[in-house]
Design a protein around this ligand. Structure first.
Ligand SMILES: [Fe+2]
Length: 319
């Protein structure tokens, strides 16, 4: 269990790592069962009928409840994020061991079965997104992206962002097969190392109150250096989409630029999202970025050379 030297080296250089077949197929299906059981009667989505899994949601089937979002092409079920079977799926011994290869043995906070799910304490600011650090004792939830209707114009260019809450490592796992252009989690490889030093704080971000009549600052203050580097990354780096098969996961560094992909296929994308963070996050989240960006990571990762074979890179959808 754990990660080998090529996997560590690849993550260090690129800020992400794909691991095929990391989740139990039986638990992926169980998580999908829970997802479908959470859908209220009357919402016209049918699990095995792709013709019904087409967006956008229309009234009266839309929901902006942070625990059960159905809006546009997004269906996000957060209440099941601390269900014991969902915890066993994404925080399995094998996946935790891989995360510990990156962050250090015995350093991770414990997830809580039947604990408080993300979304139970509302959004980060009125009308804003849910803060994944608020009331999250398990996974962020199961996030689906509906298929487009026929005759849809090409998807617009994606814009990347980084997440605003303090954590160390993200993971996204596919519960069902997701083809290319199927709305997969999309990342800008290598952006973690470019963005890390542009933050004021190494894990957190300075916050500012959000006011309707002063809408330019939506809760978070970014540095000029961050905004400039993010624009350069969008300009000079090709995004990579994490498509794949049920059971595949991708680990990603907390400062990696990413976006939710647009689904251009007849297959609804179903994924589980979760975070890992270390028990000392409370002490170190407000410190400035370290001169060694891997200061807080495992000895194995800190010692990784940054070298991996071309054959390995091919397994990462990146030649
Ligand atoms: Fe994000």
């Amino acid at each position: 269990m754990g990660l080998d030297f090529e996997q560590l080296a690849f993550f260090k250089k690129n800020g992400y790592l794909l691991v095929k077949g990391a989740m139990s197929p039986a638990l992926c299906e169980r998580a999908r069962d829970l997802l479908w059981q959470s859908l209220p009667d009357g919402v016209p989505l049918v699990r095995d009928d792709p013709d019904t899994l087409v967006g956008p949601f229309v009234e009266p089937h839309r929901s902006t409840d942070a625990m059960h979002v159905r809006d546009g092409f997004r269906w996000q079920e957060r209440e099941i994020g601390t269900h014991p079977d969902v915890i066993d799926l994404i925080y399995s011994d094998e996946i935790v061991s891989m995360a510990e290869s990156l962050l250090g043995r015995g350093t991770l906070r414990q997830h809580k079965k039947n604990g408080v799910p993300m979304g139970s304490k509302g959004s980060a600011w009125p009308g804003g997104p849910v803060d994944p650090a608020l009331g999250t004792e398990g996974a962020r939830g199961i996030y689906c992206t509906l298929s487009p209707p026929e005759q849809t114009p090409a998807a617009p260019q994606l814009h990347c962002h980084t997440d605003g809450h303090p954590f160390h490592l993200g993971v996204v796992g596919l519960l069902a097969d997701s083809p290319r252009k199927g709305g997969g989690f999309t990342i800008w490889p290598g952006s973690h190392a470019r963005l890390y030093p542009t933050f004021a704080l190494q894990y957190d971000q300075p916050r500012i109150p959000y006011y309707d009549h002063l809408p330019s600052y939506k809760g978070i203050l970014h540095t000029k250096e961050y905004l400039a580097e993010l624009a350069r990354i969008e300009d000079d780096t090709s995004p990579l989409e994490c498509y794949g098969e049920a059971g595949d996961i991708v680990f990603w560094h907390h400062r990696l630029a990413h976006a939710a992909g647009a689904n251009e296929t007849p297959t609804m994308r179903e994924a589980i999202l979760a975070d890992f963070w270390k028990t000392d996050l409370d002490e170190c989240r407000s410190q400035p970025p370290n001169t060694d960006m891997w200061h807080d990571w495992s000895p194995e990762l800190r010692g990784a050379s940054g070298e991996y074979s071309d054959a390995f890179a091919l397994t990462q959808q990146r030649a």
